[in-house]
Design a protein around this ligand. Structure first.
Ligand SMILES: [Zn+2]
Length: 117
């Protein structure tokens, strides 16, 4: 009786994964951008206060999984600046909303918003 249980199905999906070396803070194939953003924020020891949920401004990229908000309260400027630099280096747009942006309809309090269009 041949014993071939479990091994046959795996063969098709193992190709390419070894060739693509990627840092954990970059986006995995097919993954919504906010997930990599969350990993980046966590790498900096920051708290993510919003991803795809919550109340946001018209045209916000949150609902499309392309933006996150990060808590700034109690975090030093040095750490926030390092995070913002790193976020820009990852190709994200950074909105420093520690103060309410002029004319902004919805503002949930001090935070940093990062997004990818
Ligand atoms: Zn936001």
């Amino acid at each position: 009786m041949p014993q071939r249980t479990g091994t046959t199905q795996r063969s098709t999906r193992t190709t390419r994964t070894t060739a693509t070396r990627r840092a954990t803070t970059t986006r995995a194939r097919g993954e919504l951008p906010y997930k990599a953003m969350v990993r980046l924020a966590k790498k900096h020891g920051l708290t993510v206060t919003s991803t795809t949920g919550g109340r946001h401004n018209r045209g916000s990229l949150h609902g499309r999984g392309r933006a996150i908000d990060v808590r700034t309260r109690g975090v030093s400027s040095a750490r926030l600046n390092a995070f913002m630099r790193d976020a820009r280096a990852h190709g994200y747009q950074v909105l420093d909303e520690r103060r309410r942006p002029p004319g902004q309809a919805v503002w949930s309090g001090p935070h940093i918003h990062i997004q990818k269009r």
